[in-house]
Design a protein around this ligand. Structure first.
Ligand SMILES: Cc1cc2nc3c(=O)[nH]c(=O)nc-3n(C[C@H](O)[C@H](O)[C@H](O)COP(=O)(O)O)c2cc1C
Length: 215
């Protein structure tokens, strides 16, 4: 209940040892056949600054990046998913007083993804291209372990699919071997408690909407 997506971090660093401990426990995630189909790059320090500068230089000419290798959402998102996504966006922008029709302000907020919302560390999760939907689910379970452990260690996280549209630049920078596809980034650090955007509390559908009892 205390894990929440954080979208404003302080610059306080995350010790390497803490993230190492977190990853060592998170790897206990279950996976079909125990394939453990996840791979993580940890980015911090000078290399992270260099990467942020690289993206900042490219962003003005390519505000939508390079295009993603997989559909981040299905085309023509249907109900009830469409309304949920819409409400999430509305609630988020309301925390910082941005109106629905203020597109520049919305884009500026979204672009903060590409500075990791000020976080001092980032994780990038990739998966072998030979893997299918089952293994992508395994990577998701691993990521959830990582996020819960981050919370347990008094830190905060923001999973960031936004990075999928910079897969080429990121793939060259890390580098990612050609056989692995970037799934998701994750900003890691300490929450800026004074930032209004961190006040967002998302809701969830009631059990009646997603549980069917057969008994
Ligand atoms: C795989 C994944 C990718 C996400 N990508 C982004 C992102 O790029 N930028 C962002 O601000 N939030 C991102 N989110 C956060 C979701 O918007 C958030 O989890 C959702 O609104 C529920 O809010 P909560 O995490 O605070 O409970 C992502 C979440 C997941 C699970």
């Amino acid at each position: 209940m205390s894990r929440r997506t954080c979208r404003a971090f302080t610059s306080r660093p995350v010790p390497d040892g803490v993230i190492r401990t977190i990853l060592a426990v998170a790897r206990q995630a279950p996976s079909g056949g125990n394939l453990q189909p996840w791979h993580v790059h940890v980015l911090a320090g000078e290399r992270m600054s260099a990467f942020k500068a690289l993206i900042a230089a490219k962003l003005p000419a390519q505000p939508e990046g390079e295009g993603s290798e997989y559909p981040i959402y299905p085309p023509n998102l249907k109900e009830p998913y469409r309304s949920r996504r819409f409400k999430c966006g509305e609630d988020l922008y309301r925390t910082i007083g941005v109106e629905r029709n203020d597109r520049p302000a919305r884009l500026a907020q979204f672009a903060r993804n590409y500075q990791f919302f000020g976080a001092p560390m980032a994780l990038f999760f990739s998966i072998d291209r030979a893997m299918g939907p089952d293994q992508w689910a395994d990577v998701g379970m691993f990521m959830q372990n990582v996020m819960l452990l981050i919370t347990e260690h008094g830190l905060d996280s923001c999973p960031q699919e936004a990075w999928a549209v910079w897969h080429k630049t990121l793939g060259e920078f890390l580098p990612l071997p050609p056989e692995r596809m970037l799934f998701c980034g994750m900003a890691v650090g300490h929450r800026d408690a004074s930032a209004p955007i961190n006040g967002l509390q998302t809701d969830r559908a009631p059990l009646e909407e997603f549980v069917t009892w057969v008994e």
